[in-house]
Design a protein around this ligand. Structure first.
Ligand code: TYD
Length: 242
């Protein structure tokens, strides 16, 4: 078999939401309010909807595992990283995070709230770093073995607004110029337009309570898939925790 034959034989898993549990991801530019909105949703579910705290996993990429936190540090606070190496590091973080944290929680029937997922790679590495967004999408799907969220909340805001919101101490990605962040925003919006069933686009410049109300409306349907009366099964140990 030649190298060309091997390349043709690459199998990218087809994208699909999990069979059990519910997976919601939050996306948007830096400073769009993802972490705040995720936390508000989590609090709402626990206090207003009586969902058991242990059924809700809030997590983030990069990070979310101890390996991921090390990768995060290299990516955000290290030296220059070649764009392809950067794409592979985000994919490596995702592969480990999905396999060891996200999938086991979903398999127990839990709810996963993710601060960034594969759309960030397509927007930042694909469009921002001018790699091919389709290739980055395939790489991410391969890394995550095809896992797609049931719903993705895209918090959208103009690049200049986000720039003004960001603290003066910026990480490596946040430091990239206005053109980079504009390309990221455009790609996010294109991804959302191409898949309106998965995405809900919310104006991130609105007051946070208003954004929260829109988030609740956007996740209502998928939360109905989730049975709050479900008794959590005790967590299974993973190979890398033993
Ligand atoms: P984030 O955790 O949102 O930053 P903050 O520390 O401000 O909360 O994301 C970290 C950075 O990583 C952000 O600039 C976006 C970038 N990123 C990518 O470039 N590709 C990816 O696949 C992911 C998940 C994040």
């Amino acid at each position: 078999m030649t190298l060309l034959d091997s390349a043709r034989g690459l199998r990218i898993p087809s994208p699909r939401p999990p069979r059990r549990g519910v997976f919601i991801s939050f996306e948007g530019g830096d400073g769009a309010g993802k972490s705040t909105q995720m936390q508000m949703l989590q609090e709402h579910l626990v206090t207003e909807r009586s969902v058991a705290e242990e059924l809700i996993l809030t997590t983030r990429e990069p990070g979310g595992t101890s390996l991921g936190e090390s990768i995060r540090d290299l990516l955000l606070h290290g030296e220059h990283v070649d764009p392809r190496a950067e794409a592979l590091l985000y994919a490596a973080d995702r592969a480990h995070h999905i396999a060891t944290v996200v999938r086991p929680h979903l398999a127990r029937g839990g709810l996963v709230l993710g601060d960034r997922y594969l759309d960030s790679s397509i927007a930042y590495q694909g469009a921002g770093r001018a790699l091919d967004p389709d290739e980055i999408g395939s790489l991410s799907l391969w890394a995550a073995d095809g896992l797609l969220p049931h719903r993705t909340i895209l918090l959208d805001a103009p690049t200049q607004t986000l720039h003004e919101r960001r603290p003066s101490q910026r990480d490596r990605l946040e430091e990239a110029g206005a053109e980079f962040h504009e390309a990221v925003r455009t790609e996010f919006l294109e991804l959302a337009a191409a898949d309106p069933e998965r995405f809900a686009v919310i104006d991130g410049t609105l007051p946070r309570e208003e954004v929260h109300a829109q988030v609740l409306a956007a996740v209502g349907e998928v939360l109905a898939l989730f049975d709050p009366s479900f008794e959590p099964v005790p967590p299974t140990r993973h190979r890398d925790e033993q």
